[in-house]
Write a new protein. Sequence first.
Length: 438
Amino acid sequence: MNRNKLISFLALLILIVALPVYAWQEPTRMDAAQADLRQEFVSDAAVIYVENCSVCHGAAGEGIGPMPALDNPALQTADYDDLFKTIERGRYNTAMVGWHVEEGGSLNDYQIEELVTLIRYADWSQVGELAAQRGLIPATLPVPDVDESLLAEITALAPEGSQWAAGLQLYANNCTLCHGVNGEGSNLAVPLNTPDIQATDLAELERIIREGVPGTLMVSWNSSLTPEEITSLAEFLQNWDEISAHDLVLTPPEPIHIDVNNPEEMLALGERIYNSTCVVCHGVDGSGGTGPVLNSQQILSRDTDEMLTTFIINGGRMPNANMPPFGDRLTSVEIEAVVQFLRAWEPTAPSVQNPRGTAQGGGPPWLRATPDAANPIDPGTTSSQGQGKGGPPWRDTGVTPGGATPGQGQTDTANATMPTAVPYSGQVVAVADNLLTF
């Protein structure tokens, strides 16, 4: 009997201790379980989104044309029931139809709950990456097509409308990569469709476009645009608010579908991205400009695919390089396509004497002249005071400034043992502080 009482007492003691511990850990366990469920919902919903929703809302939730962006902080905090009902029933008088099976759609309650979770919690860059892996390439970087009817409507707005229309076309062809399709800005450049820009003097806008902005990615366009084109672009920027007031805006291009296992389609994608993103700095067919000549044996035979990929992801790491990082703007599929496109140049790439251009080195013109071995420069023949004429005065008198004659209390540098020099040959490809990479 005593033994049974002891066992009962110990069991009761364990319960008394265990239950509070379990209750104390329960909130943490619940939080972890909910996090796991959210992760499962988001992973499942990303596939549903790519297959059903991305054609209208963009591969990475960026929105296409009149279709709203889902990568939106306001939607992340929107009421759960509102989001559910919008997906379930659609929105009246819009292109958003009901997706629930009872509304003629193809999704059940569980799948709609997953999509709501995606909108509220997803990392949209990873959704875009998933879309790219499935062959749906986001269209955030390519140049938008400008419809002729849009240009005609802008021309009809005012006597200067033809200038505005020409400026819009120039903006679409040259500026959207950094400043956004409709001037909203990006992590590369400031917004341009703003009251501050519209209030800026026309001559100042022209100067900025012509000369660029030191210390930023805004380069000089003086060699790429004519003075008339620069004026048209500046006038367009000044009057963008009036154009937008008439709902005349550029439409972002839609995502494209490709077979990521088809080399020809990947090559075409790489060419498309290069011509819309890289050509401004690296030139047509990699001929160079403000950036290095990429279509050269020196670049392509030296840099591996891994190195090219790293440069694209992280940006330039060379002296005076202005290469921005594209790792957060391009998916891994797009970067791979660009590398394949660059690599296709290698068999016919020419040998370029200075593929990185004089801006990256070579010294001033008076140092780049070919030395004349028969007429070396004598450092003692200059007439300038204090510039190598026989050295300091104390050297001729044999007395140092401190009164000692040379050799007294000093190291005989002629007899000093010097460290052995280690010769290197090759081309310096990177400089970081005092570390050179050959």
